[in-house]
Ligand binder design. Sequence first.
Ligand code: SF4
Length: 408
Amino acid sequence: MPRLESTTRMQALMAEAFRECDAAAWDPGRRVAWCSSVGPVELLRALGFAIFFPENHAAMLGASRAATDLIPAASAEGYSPDVCSYMTSDIGAFRRGVTALSRVDPSITAVPRPDVLVYDTNQCRDVLDWFSFYGRQWGAPVIGVSAPRGVGEVTGDLVASVAAQIRGLVQPLESIAGRRLDAGRLREAVAVSRDTSILWRRVLSTGEARPSPLTFFDACVHMGPAVVLRGDPRSAAYYEGLLAELEGRVARGEAAVAGERVRLYWEGMPIWGRLRDVSDLLARLGACVAGSTYCSSWVFDALDPDAPFDSMARAALELFITRTDAVKERILAAEARRYSVHGIVFHDAKTCPNNSNCRYGMPGRLAAGPGVPSVVVHSDLNDLRLHADEGVRLALEAFVEQCAEASP
Ligand code: SF4
């Protein structure tokens, strides 16, 4: 299948966003906020910050295969090679004076210096350690939300508690931004995020079609605007175009994987440095990864412009990564049905226990309960020293054949 025509537009949009952020960092009249990927972006947009997402930067280091060589620079400073390789490759890049942004635009020579770093620990503690490194480097405040993890039911009390923490960020952010929060602008930012989320969900849902018009690997690339431009109207406009292209493929019966014979679901982080290789391997086997928990993590059903703080809190609490195993199993069983998959590929990412859900018996419970088979691949998001091509290839080949044989 030829690459999606929208790809060129997406790359131009991402480059534009990176240039704007770089320009803001050099402009004494602008303020730059770093934000964790599912932090309170809408609040930052409403206050006029240029926003930089270190996790996106780290993924770019991984995808360009630069990450592995950068990690030792962070290890030399005491960051264990066992902790988040997004964090260690990003810190390593900083120590070596390089940035993945230069590959997009050579005129960008450094990550934008932050005036404030805003985190949400709903995903892990590593983001706080990561942001604290930069806070110390630049003497910038590090503020955020300490959210609960292992969330079962998202109760009103939990929502109120997290919403109060987000409200507590307003005053310090106002003083850094040099302006008061405008309720209308916050409402608008939440509305745009919600619209983007709805469109992104519809993009991902095209994967339910048989054959699927896109794969998890395509979605990993095209999720860029949902991450970097959340709350910015350009992201919604981009996904309208992408959705139209994918719906055209579905209408014409065009498959992302020629001769699709096995359908899979990806659980966990991408292997950024081998994204193309794993995609090509599965395509050769006639296997399409039609859906994933990772790309669905930027679908925020709860966002409501009429209740911005409560709905931002609820959206953060409902995230897959924050939930108990019991809730995750229910979600995975439902996703397996929704995408009509033969099985699940669990990625055991060695440096991200937070997003590796295969370590406490979940694959066995999904097989014994809802009857969803799975395979575990052992690798990492960014550290290719923890990846073995042969091991991943053999595991996936065997699993695809097992799924094909089990097909009616
Ligand atoms: S969730 Fe995993 S990959 Fe993301 S910042 Fe935390 S440890 Fe790193």
